[in-house]
Design a protein around this ligand. Structure first.
Ligand code: GGG
Length: 327
């Protein structure tokens, strides 16, 4: 029995979590769920965005299934990743048949370092009008994430790993990351190359097929994964997994999307594909693939929410996915 801490969070997090649970109920796997509070609403209610009780329960679990974070993202999801040392944030961006997007034939996996960089939260006000942020990049964390990216490439039979950095400007921090990348790359028979992050953004828009596995530091990874989601059809399609030695956190790439929250029109795909990543992580590979196929069939049949041109509500699209599960 795997213990899953379920944190719907804010905004559309609650709506897409309902979809995840509908699907999980149908699959009937040996998971035990504990529902926990965190996020903007928890801050209002308890005075803490990540209440101590939530963190305690999370530590007793095997994984967290997370919906979305709002204004308190830094105190909830960013902190959770660091507390649980889920150092690798895996964010795939893949083309879907039937989705009108900037490009077809895109299949990128972004591997984002999760425990340091500017997201460490070391920010200070030196004096009024002067602020400072510390960017921490270590050899240890860089080696760990680069090795993770190459191991993922090897496991999945991928052809290339690309490092993204800005070593011509941030010579120490990005310089270290780039050096470590090529040191680790020597141990693998997989092609390795690198791009400056700014150039990589342009190439990702113009010819994304040049990328396969991409590895980068925390903030660049956050930004470039939204970009990658944008070229295949939007954040409604982008799942992610945060993986460490002991824990894992599964969360869609999207945030709380307060502009559409409560309307019942959020695309459940990112959340349901996130469930697929969780199933595979726990060894339920066939169930994960089956659910992926059900999502693909539903999308290619045009049974989607309005962001993909359909007219279904979140719950209706989820029911279509469930019908396509062929249980
Ligand atoms: N870019 C979508 C979004 O708003 N995600 C929530 C968020 O900001 N998460 C913080 C993170 O991924 O580091």
């Amino acid at each position: 029995m795997k213990r899953i801490a379920v944190i719907p969070g804010d905004g559309i997090g609650k709506e897409v979590m309902d979809s995840a649970m509908m699907v999980l109920e149908c699959l009937d796997l040996p998971f035990e769920y504990t529902w926990l509070e965190a996020g903007d609403a928890a801050l209002e209610k308890f005075g803490k965005a990540l209440p101590d009780e939530t963190l305690e329960e999370v530590r007793k679990s095997d994984a967290v299934l997370f919906g979305a974070a709002g204004e308190t993202a830094a105190d909830v999801i960013v902190r959770l990743r660091m507390e649980l040392d889920t150092f690798a944030n895996v964010r795939p961006a893949k083309s879907f048949e039937g989705v009108k997007a900037l490009h077809d034939n895109v299949d990128i996996v972004i591997v984002r370092e999760n425990t340091e960089c500017l997201y460490k939260g070391f920010e200070f006000e030196i004096e009024k009008g002067v602020t400072q942020a510390l960017r921490i990049i270590t050899r240890k964390a860089s080696e760990r994430i680069v090795r993770y990216a190459f191991e993922l490439a090897k496991r999945e039979g991928r052809r290339k790993v690309t490092a993204l950095h800005k070593a011509n400007v941030m010579r120490k921090t990005c310089g270290l990351f780039k050096d470590v990348f090529y040191e680790v790359a020597k141990n693998y028979e997989i092609q390795a190359d690198d791009y400056y992050i700014d150039a990589a953004c342009m190439y990702m828009v113009m010819k994304p097929q040049i990328f396969d596995v991409v590895v980068t530091t925390n903030m660049f990874g956050d930004i470039v994964s939204d970009l990658a989601a944008g070229i295949v059809g939007g954040l409604g399609l982008a799942p992610s997994a945060n993986v460490g030695e002991r824990y894992a956190i599964f969360e869609p790439v999207h945030g709380a999307a307060f502009d559409i929250a409560g309307k019942g029109i959020a695309n459940p795909t990112a959340m349901i594909l996130t469930v697929c990543m969780m199933l595979k992580h726990f060894g339920y590979v066939e169930a994960g693939k089956k659910l992926e196929r059900a999502v693909e069939r539903t999308i290619s049949a045009g049974k989607t929410t309005p962001d993909l041109g359909g007219n279904l509500k979140t719950e209706e699209m989820t029911n279509e996915i469930i019908k396509n599960l062929d249980l």
